[in-house]
Ligand binder design. Structure first.
Ligand code: MN
Ligand code: MN
Length: 460
């Protein structure tokens, strides 16, 4: 064989910026302007749920309730408690032949307020938190935070809280020790440099005037909350309040090739997935896009994918279209749309290069996740892996393979196994991320656009 012939035998991957022409790079950058706008407006599962439903309604999607009749071409959405949403475009083909599902999660690591969060100590008012998802706790101190969520009042009224995002808003923060006095703290093992019970959010320092009572800073905060929202302290027991980094997404790099933001995991898959199903016209197979909650805590709970809400939705579609739901599940295919860990040149030791994903090398196709001998993975069948690889090649989706780091160094999971457990062919396809689960994560614009393209060609 000649040198050229031998070269053809070897796998050849290239940076997407070398493979795409200027027009397509421009398209990717424009797509990410929309993504950045979305990221600055919708930071939590509840806010993304609202964003997705509003965007879907504009494209003609109608709310679906169990028992509703549907027909080919119908665009529907199912709202699961304001925290997860399923969108679907009914296909022209018999649904018994299967559906094409994409599934991303819309929750991200953050600091949740405890049930009874408010306290005063040495004339400072603070909120106790219980962190949500896997975080390096020390990263979450001295980061400006905003508060998002809902409070249900005694009369049943629901108050929506969003404070810290607008330019005129105050922000909140977890304090950290000055280095001058941190000698002992710095000797703690890294997971305990900041302990869970030290993630306390500073919220006030002024005393209420005129009243001779203890906890006058706390009283002042309650007075402000009462005037603003009409709530009393016990109403905080009926609330879900989440503290997230307050800053807006920013371009990263002189070449503006990347986006830095809070919560790319997994909004960087959720947004392309949403845009893809909104752009689907009249698919042969029913297209379903799931935006789910609770992935970061293991997918349990009725808004997570380990619950039955997606199963009920598909069973109901099958019933109304006269199909056997078991056939629908068994013939369906799913792209589990979640991020992967991009190779970080500063920490090469945790990666095995040939099986890692790289920034700007396109969307990552991951056959299996899990840890310690593939435990907790769905491990896609080679036949289905091939089908997806060939589809992406045919449709000019730039893709790469990638596992989550070296064997036995850790690992992680996605919603893939919950989909696969329904007897659905499932594989992970997502965007590589640097600094995953940190308050400021990094993705590449070209990879993000390739995720959109991947989801679109899978469902169109
Ligand atoms: Mn994720
Ligand atoms: Mn995650």
């Amino acid at each position: 064989m000649t040198k050229d012939e031998l070269k053809k035998l070897m796998m050849d991957r290239k940076n997407a910026s070398l493979l795409l022409d200027d027009k397509e790079i421009d398209k990717a950058f424009k797509f990410c302007e929309g993504y950045k706008d979305f990221m600055s407006k919708a930071k939590t599962e509840r806010e993304i749920n609202i964003f997705a439903i509003e965007a879907a309604k504009k494209k003609g999607f109608k709310e679906f309730h169990f028992g509703d009749k549907v027909k080919a071409g119908d665009k529907i959405y199912f709202d699961n408690r304001g925290k997860a949403v399923i969108l679907a475009v009914i296909g022209t083909e018999d649904i018994a032949k299967g559906t094409n599902i994409t599934a991303a999660h819309i929750d991200s690591p953050r600091l949740d307020l405890k049930e009874n969060p408010l306290y005063e100590q040495e004339e400072l008012a603070l909120f106790k938190t219980h962190y949500y998802g896997g975080i390096k706790k020390y990263q979450w101190t001295t980061v400006p935070l905003s508060l998002h969520g809902v409070i249900i009042k005694a009369n049943g009224e629901k108050i929506t809280v969003n404070i810290g995002e607008d330019d005129g808003d105050p922000v909140f923060v977890v304090t950290d020790l000055l280095p001058h006095l941190a000698q002992n703290q710095m000797k703690r093992p890294a997971p305990e440099i900041i302990k869970g019970e030290e993630l306390n959010i500073l919220i006030g320092a002024n005393c209420i005037k005129g009243e001779d009572l203890s906890n006058r800073v706390k009283a002042n905060v309650l007075d402000i909350l009462n005037k603003k929202y009409g709530i009393v302290e016990s109403d905080l027991l009926n609330a879900e309040l989440e503290a997230v980094p307050t800053y807006k997404p920013k371009d990263v790099g002189f070449d503006r090739s990347m986006v830095g933001a809070y919560g790319h995991d997994d909004k960087v898959c959720a947004y392309p997935e949403l845009m893809a199903i909104l752009d689907i016209k009249k698919p042969k197979k029913t297209a379903i896009a799931v935006l789910t909650d609770k992935e970061e805590t293991g997918s349990d709970g009725n808004t997570g994918l380990n619950s039955s809400y997606l199963k009920y939705f598909i069973e109901d579609l099958a019933a109304t279209l006269g199909a056997n739901p078991r056939q629908v599940f068994s013939n369906s295919k799913c792209l589990s749309a979640d991020v992967n860990s991009a190779f970080d040149p500063t920490f090469p030791d945790v990666f095995e290069k040939a099986n890692s994903s790289f920034i700007n090398y396109g969307v990552v196709v991951t056959k299996f996740t899990g840890s310690r001998g593939k435990s907790g993975t769905s491990d896609a069948n080679a036949e289905f892996v091939a089908e997806i690889h060939h589809l992406f090649d045919k449709e000019k989706v730039i893709w790469q393979n990638g596992e989550l780091g070296r064997v036995d160094l850790g690992g992680g999971g996605t919603v893939a196994l919950y989909m696969a457990n329904l007897n659905i062919d499932t594989i992970d396809v997502g965007v590589p991320v640097l600094s995953m689960h940190a308050p400021f994560e990094i993705v590449s614009k070209l990879d993000t656009y390739m995720a959109y393209k991947a989801f679109y060609v899978f469902q169109k």
